[in-house]
Design a protein around this ligand. Structure first.
Ligand code: GMT
Length: 379
């Protein structure tokens, strides 16, 4: 099959997932064409069957904002036509679902029909998509996609709740590649970070408000008050300097390391005892799955799709959003009981195996086949 993949090329979960999906499909013999405004972060080396088409939008003094949507639609038309693509799979509805629809309509004027599939990732429905500034276009373009997938049951339900959707939404969960995310037992690394055997807590994200990294720091403070502990903060984003001030205010700077964006997240997860994800909303929580694959239990909020991934009392603990007290209590309970921690580590790995890329990729392939077989042009 020849598949066009459109996504955000950043370190964000939707871009990471779309890139890994494309690379995985290419390994299974499909021809994959990434169409993005920059080389995707995880598209780093040559791979057979993988092609990359950069969308460059012309600048002009009249434009305060460059018209990316128009440039992307034009590029999609070109790539579908000249690379003879069978389908377009766009990740994150805004603006990709609407742009794909526009490209589809343009191609139709030339007698060429290309089915489009939109994968909903989270904030394209919740925080951003439901905002009236975008909502009418989001609803329209989801209804005009030939196929729609969501990364959790919770996100599918939220989509039906927020919009008037007249399509079946298929749930295909996020996945993990165990060749990369697995326990390596990097003991020398652990000694460097926690020389006196301190417990290691970790959080990875893009440090936006929705991730509630303040809560990570406040939970850590409560844990560090009762046991020697270190906190690794991986990633970067708009909240960073505010978070640094919070650490100074709580007088915990010596125990907190801001590591910035890291490529080898799996090496840091390898040394961690607990992963913290107190997000305000989270459609799935790919970062939590990455932690679980490395045998790290998860202390998270109970929002969105997190209860589908992090099983309360088995792979970690869930608490209401913002309940720092409960999250700290659960973390301390787990870290004070070696046997429980070991059991939770094994459970986390076992649960993560359900999301092995080897299980999920065939679900996408089957869905592609289904859409190709049933797509009917609907004006
Ligand atoms: O976080 C976002 O705003 C968008 C998106 C991204 O690009 O990082 O993240 C979402 O997609 C991931 C991959 O499907 C999910 O694992 C994340 O849970 C989801 N983030 C939110 O829902 C906040």
């Amino acid at each position: 099959m020849k598949i066009g993949i459109v996504c955000y090329p950043t370190y964000g979960g939707s871009g990471v997932l779309a890139t890994e999906l494309g690379l995985g499909l290419a390994k299974r013999g499909h021809q994959v064409h990434f169409i993005t405004y920059r080389q995707p972060a995880r598209l780093t080396a040559f791979q057979e069957n993988v092609f990359y088409h950069e969308v460059s939008s012309a600048d002009y003094p009249l434009f305060e904002f460059t018209p990316y949507d128009t440039a992307l639609a034009s590029k999609l038309v070109e790539v579908v036509k000249y690379e003879n693509l069978d389908l377009l799979h766009v990740h994150y509805a805004i603006p990709h679902a609407a742009v794909a629809y526009m490209a589809k309509k343009i191609l139709l004027t030339e007698g060429r029909y290309v089915p489009t599939i939109t994968t909903l990732h989270g904030t394209d429905i919740t925080l951003v998509g439901s905002n009236q500034a975008f909502a009418p276009v989001v609803a329209f373009s989801i209804n005009k996609s030939d196929g729609v997938t969501a990364v959790s049951k919770s996100l599918r339900e939220q989509t039906y709740e927020y919009f008037d959707i007249r399509k079946d939404i298929e749930v295909i969960y996020n996945f993990i590649d165990f060749n990369r995310f697995k326990k390596h037992n990097l003991d020398h690394f652990k000694k460097a970070i926690a020389p006196n055997g301190e417990r290691i807590l970790i959080h990875t994200s893009n440090f936006r408000k929705v991730k509630r990294v303040d809560d990570v720091i406040r939970v850590f403070k409560k844990v560090a008050d009762v046991m020697p502990a270190k906190l690794l903060l991986v990633g970067d984003g708009p909240e960073r300097s505010h978070l640094e001030s919070l650490c100074r205010e709580l007088k915990i700077c010596n125990h907190v390391s801001f590591l910035g964006k890291q490529d080898a997240v799996e090496e840091l997860l390898d040394v961690a005892d607990v992963f913290l994800m107190p997000s305000e909303t989270e459609s799935f929580g790919l970062a939590a799955l990455e932690a679980m694959a490395c045998e790290v239990p998860v202390i998270s909020s109970d929002t969105g799709g997190l209860p589908e991934v992090n099983i309360h009392g088995k792979t970690g603990f869930l608490s209401p959003v913002g309940d720092v007290e409960d999250m700290a209590k659960n973390t301390i309970k787990l870290l004070q009981d070696d046997k429980m921690l070991e059991r939770f580590r094994k459970n986390a790995l076992e649960n993560a195996r359900l999301y092995d890329i080897k299980n999920i990729l065939p679900q996408y392939e089957a869905y592609y086949e289904q859409i190709l077989a049933s797509a009917v042009y609907d004006d």
